[in-house]
Ligand binder design. Structure first.
Ligand code: FES
Length: 222
């Protein structure tokens, strides 16, 4: 006599003594309806959730195109002081795509980072490295000041007071004849002005910070 483990189990529900089973059926109607309702529910939930998820995380991977833009003539800038220029960060969205940068000529007396030597002009972002408020260059104090929480940066954009966790971001620049051009894709720097792919405000770049806060996938990699 076969033991109960090797006994073949009938595929018919009636043979398996399932309540409400009909002769010849292999799946009870209750189980069939339950499965159908669950499948329909899953499809309905997915039809709401997937598009919402796509909208939520899609922009993280979408890279907005960067470009070189003309910001003025070589005569417009000096090595001693910053000049504010309005720049376009994102094209095609009008005023919302604009920002401001402070630009001055490369000054070998203060710009000691070797990377800066390839940059004829220093262009500093006005986006505060604390929470992103616009900073203002105060000539008399030779400081960038943030009005939101009292962040203070020195001439090189390094924080010297308040809550900012890293220096102000920068933009690459180049010369085209006697015209100065700025690249719309910013880069971030650590306290020694070493370059990194752009980080968001509030993300430190010194020590372990550079690993804890990696650049977003949509950001231009250096
Ligand atoms: S946003 Fe600039 S100090 Fe807070």
């Amino acid at each position: 006599m076969p033991d109960k483990h090797t006994q073949h189990k009938s595929k018919y529900t009636a043979d398996r003594m399932i309540p409400g089973a009909f002769e010849g059926e292999t799946v009870t109607r209750r189980r069939f309806m339950t499965g159908t309702a669950h499948t329909a529910g899953a499809i309905a939930a997915a039809s709401f959730a997937l598009p919402a998820l796509g909208f939520a995380i899609g922009p993280i991977f979408k890279q907005s195109p960067h470009f070189w833009e003309d910001i003025g003539s070589t005569e417009d800038f000096t090595a001693e002081n910053y000049v504010p220029v309005v720049i376009t960060i994102t094209q095609g969205i009008g005023e919302a795509g604009k920002s401001t940068a402070y630009v001055r000529k490369f000054n070998p007396a203060i710009d000691t980072d070797p990377y800066d030597r390839n940059t004829p002009y220093i262009a500093i972002s006005t986006r505060c490295a604390h929470l992103g408020c616009p900073v203002r260059w105060v000539d008399a104090a030779e400081r960038f000041i943030c009005p939101c929480h009292g962040g203070v940066y020195n001439l090189l954009g390094q924080p010297v007071g308040g809550p900012p966790v890293r220096p102000l971001d920068r933009f690459p620049t180049r010369l085209s004849g006697d015209r100065v051009q700025l690249y719309s894709g910013r880069f971030s720097v650590n306290s020694e002005l070493r370059r990194f792919s752009p980080r968001d405000p509030g993300e430190p770049l010194d020590g372990i910070g550079q690993y804890l806060y990696p650049s977003r996938p949509s950001a231009r990699k250096l």
